[in-house]
Ligand binder design. Structure first.
Ligand SMILES: NC(=O)c1ccc[n+]([C@@H]2O[C@H](COP(=O)([O-])OP(=O)(O)OC[C@H]3O[C@@H](n4cnc5c(N)ncnc54)[C@H](O)[C@@H]3O)[C@@H](O)[C@H]2O)c1
Length: 262
C-alpha cells in the first residue's frame, strides 16, 4: 500500500479540486499533508495543512509536490523541490518556454534520482504526438485554441469582442509569453512534439462559445492526427475541468500515464 504525502503549491480552481479528490479518497494511498498558496489565509482548510510559506511546506516532508499555481511559482520553486529529493508535478508548463529555466531544469534532472512530471492536463492526443516525435516522424503540429473572450482578456477588453477574433497567430514560445495562463496545452504539445519554436498556435477569442476548445493537427511520416477537445471550464474560466482529473489519473498510474518531460 502506497503512502504518498502530497504537498500542493496553489489553491485555486485546480488545487481545490485536486485536494477534494485526494481527500475523498478518489485514489488510495495518497494524503495531502500541506498546502501553500499566496492566498492561503483566505482559504478554508484544516490548520495542520495550511502552510504560510513554501519552506513550511518543505518541512512537512512531502514525497510529491504538485504545482497548480502559476509560471512564477513554478520558476521560483521547481529547483528547490527537486533539490530536496521530492518528485515535482508541474502544471504551469509555459514556464519551460523560458530557455534559461528549461536549460537549468534539464541539467538538474540529469543529476538527481527524483523526477519532474507533466500530466497531460487539458489536452488529448499527447500519446500519439510523443510516439511520432520519438522516431522523428513528426513534421508539423498546429494548435488552435478557441476560448470565450473573458478567458483570454480583461473584462473591459472582452466585452468589446462581438465576433470571433484571432488574438495571436504564432509559435508556442510566443504564445506562452503572451498568454501564460492560457497556453499550457501549447507548451505540453511543444515539449512532447517538435518544440516551442516549430509548434504553431492560433489563439481565438470567440464570444459565441462557453467551452475552451482545443483543436490539434499533426502531420508526419506516421500519418495525420486531428483531435478536437471541447473542454468545460473549471471554476476559473481560463482553465479546464479535465486538468484536475488528469493529475489524479497521473498519480494513480504513476510511471505509466505520467508524461516525464526530461
Ligand atoms: N497543464 C495544463 O493543461 C493546465 C491546464 C489548466 C491550468 N493550468 C495551470 O495551472 C495553474 C493553476 O490553475 P488554476 O485554474 O487553479 O488557477 P487559479 O488562478 O484558480 O489558482 C492559482 C492559485 O495559485 C496561487 N498562486 C499563484 N501564484 C503563486 C505563487 N507565486 N506562490 C504561491 N501561490 C501562488 C493563487 O493564489 C491561487 O490560489 C495555472 O498556472 C494554470 O495556467 C495548466
Amino acid at each position: 500500500m502506497k503512502n504518498e504525502k502530497i504537498g500542493l503549491i496553489g489553491f485555486g480552481a485546480i488545487g481545490q479540486e485536486v485536494y477534494k479528490k485526494i481527500s475523498r479518497k478518489t485514489i488510495k494511498g495518497y494524503n495531502v499533508i500541506g498546502v501553500f498558496s499566496d492566498d492561503i489565509n483566505l482559504k478554508k482548510l484544516p490548520k495542520k495543512i495550511k502552510c504560510k510559506s513554501f519552506e513550511e511546506l518543505l518541512k512537512k516532508k512531502p514525497t510529491i509536490i504538485i504545482e497548480v499555481a502559476s509560471v512564477e511559482a513554478c520558476k521560483d520553486y521547481a529547483e528547490k523541490v527537486l533539490k530536496s529529493k521530492i518528485d515535482f508535478v508541474c502544471l504551469s508548463v509555459c514556464s519551460f518556454a523560458d530557455r534559461n529555466f528549461f536549460k537549468r531544469i534539464s541539467n538538474l534532472v540529469k543529476k538527481i534520482k527524483n523526477k519532474i512530471y507533466i500530466p497531460t492536463g487539458a489536452i488529448a492526443g499527447i500519446d500519439a504526438i510523443s510516439s511520432a516525435s520519438l522516431s522523428n516522424e513528426l513534421k508539423y503540429v498546429k494548435l488552435i485554441q478557441r476560448k470565450p473572450p473573458k478567458a483570454l482578456l480583461t473584462v473591459s477588453e472582452s466585452i468589446k469582442i462581438k465576433n470571433e477574433k484571432v488574438l495571436l497567430r504564432s509559435t508556442a514560445r510566443k504564445i506562452c509569453k503572451e498568454f501564460p495562463k492560457n497556453s499550457n496545452i501549447a507548451a505540453t504539445l511543444a515539449m512532447c512534439g517538435i518544440g516551442f519554436d516549430k509548434t504553431k498556435v492560433v489563439v481565438i477569442a470567440d464570444p459565441k462559445i462557453k467551452k475552451n476548445i482545443a483543436e490539434i493537427e499533426a502531420l508526419g511520416k506516421f500519418g495525420k492526427l486531428k483531435v478536437i477537445l471541447e473542454n468545460n471550464p473549471s471554476k476559473n474560466p481560463k482553465t479546464s475541468r479535465l486538468t484536475a482529473m488528469s493529475i489524479i489519473l497521473s498519480l494513480n498510474k504513476r510511471n505509466v500515464s505520467f508524461l516525464s518531460a526530461f
